[in-house]
Design a protein around this ligand. Structure first.
Ligand code: ADP
Length: 474
């Protein structure tokens, strides 16, 4: 049995002299049995007396017990050819009744040490703090980042319980969590849903995220914890939350302001409108031509102001009752054209509509968008040519691009951005009626869909209004 065992076995007597080695030992050390017989154990383990001096052996046989010399003892073995390699040695006393022997089992651990070294290098080079703890919660290894994060020197942590890095207020329950992890060891984040903190040497706390990995090393169970400092992330999360709250409050204030202001503005305005009408109907005989003209101006201006206020209200409310639905744009544009029928006919416009897709969108707003662009294309027509308007769509990366093209008066290069601003108009009112809200609406609608709108144009030739709507999920 000894001969067949794939472990180097050496039997020594009470004088520490070798009396037998098995075949595996012969192969490992390149000695024949006969060559070693009677030699001291030091022939194979030259530094055994450094670890266990001669006095130890003198007393050992009084009460012999099995023991092990491991990697920590830094024990090496030497072959006949002079190769030196690290070993783990187990001593097993054998009492035959007449004689005492020790069976020495020698294991070459150079591979194990190499892979431990690789493991150490990987841990050391990690960008996170890495902490290896054994099954009792003792820190077995840390890397440089751990020193940086927690402000301890390596030797102040290794050998300590891991709880040294847990804030006092959480320390009490930590061993319990630790035991639970060992009971079901699997790679997972620590403290799901809880805010985790570590404590530095100077007592300050740091918010952290921790990943736990069970690891088998040298036949024992360890846990490798990877610790990330999330102070910065927490800070920016807090800042985003704060800003979002502020924006929400501001939006609400603005909405209330618009509601109140437009309500309050419309009341006196309605009085002006109705009083002017009354004046025109009942007192017109007392007014001369000049007076009637002025009254007409007042009436038109106040009506326009009322329209602007209504437009402003609509602008503020846009997207309030948001509900994304599947919108068939072919049908939607058809209904827009029906609504615009009288102005299409009176202007002699020709409108070509390509096949349009069905997309996820806010239906009401989408309708308003097409309506504004098509009615503008009719309104800003070239006085000398019959309007020709084309509506089309093409699929682009991550969405759809639509375009409404006309052969109208065009837009000056330096106005291509401004026209999308609220109340921005390029023409005198007596030339083209309008409030300057339409394109501002269009931009808000495109942005509501996370899209954008822009124009390409040439004076006297026509304009193309493009808008992009990304693919939206419900
Ligand atoms: P409104 O038409 O009520 O004036 P809009 O916001 O719809 O307001 O348009 C802003 C301005 O942009 C218009 O006053 C006009 O000068 C210009 N514009 C809009 N559409 C066109 C177009 N298709 N061709 C030329 N100019 C246009």
């Amino acid at each position: 049995m000894l001969e067949a065992t794939p472990i180097a076995l050496v039997l020594i007597n009470e004088e520490e002299k070798i009396i037998y080695i098995n075949s595996f030992a012969e192969n490992l050390f390149f000695y024949k049995k006969i060559e070693l017989k009677g030699q001291a154990l030091e022939a194979l383990l030259p530094d055994i007396h450094r670890v266990k001096p001669p006095e130890f052996w003198k007393n050992y046989f009084i009460n012999p017990t099995a023991f092990r010399l491991g990697a920590d003892d830094d024990l090496t073995a030497v072959t006949k050819t002079g190769r030196i390699f690290p070993v783990e040695v187990r001593m097993n006393p054998i009492d035959t009744g007449e004689m005492m022997y020790i069976l020495v089992a020698i294991t070459d651990i150079s591979e194990r040490i190499k892979s431990n070294e690789q493991f150490r290098l990987i841990v050391e080079s990690a960008l996170n703090a890495m902490i290896l703890t054994d099954s009792t919660g003792k820190i077995a290894m840390i890397n440089k980042q751990t020193e940086v994060l927690f402000g301890y020197e390596r030797n102040e942590l290794v050998g300590q319980k891991i709880e040294i890095l847990v804030p006092h207020r959480m320390r009490q329950h930590h061993p319990e969590h630790r035991k639970n992890f060992y009971a079901h060891p699997k790679a997972r984040p620590m403290g799901a849903g809880r805010d985790l903190y570590g404590v530095r040497k100077d007592g300050t706390e740091i918010p952290v995220e921790i990943g736990l990995n069970p690891i088998q090393k040298d036949g024992e169970q360890y846990v490798l914890a990877s610790v990330i400092d999330i102070t910065e992330r927490k800070k920016s999360e807090e800042a985003i939350k704060k800003y979002t709250r502020q924006i929400e409050e501001k939006n609400k204030e603005l909405e209330e302001f618009t509601n109140v202001a437009s309500h309050d503005l419309r009341e006196p305005l309605n009085s002006i409108i109705s009083l002017t009408e009354l004046l025109m109907h009942s007192k017109s005989d007392q007014l001369d031509e000049e007076g009637k003209k002025m009254l007409d101006y007042i009436s038109k201006s106040s009506t326009r102001m009322s329209e602007m206020i209504i437009g402003l209200l609509e602008y503020a409310r846009m997207g309030k009752s948001k509900e994304l639905t599947r919108v068939n744009l072919d049908e939607l544009v058809k209904t827009v054209l029906i609504d615009l029928e009288s102005s299409i006919n009176s202007s002699n416009s020709k409108i070509y509509v390509d096949t349009l897709p069905e997309i996820m969108a806010y239906a009401m707003e989408m309708r308003l968008l097409f309506q504004n662009l098509i009615s503008n294309a009719i309104k800003y027509r070239n006085p000398d040519i019959a309007p020709e308007i084309a509506v089309s769509a093409r699929q682009v990366k991550k969405g759809w691009e639509f375009v409404v093209t006309d052969n109208g008066i065009g837009i000056p290069e330096n106005q291509k951005e401004n026209i999308f601003n609220l109340f921005h108009r390029l023409h005198a009112r007596n030339k083209y009626e309008g409030t300057g809200i339409g394109l501002a609406h269009c931009r808000k609608i495109a942005e509501l869909h996370n899209g954008k709108i822009w124009v390409e144009s040439e004076i006297g030739k026509g304009s193309s209004f493009y808008f992009f709507i990304p693919l939206l999920l419900q």
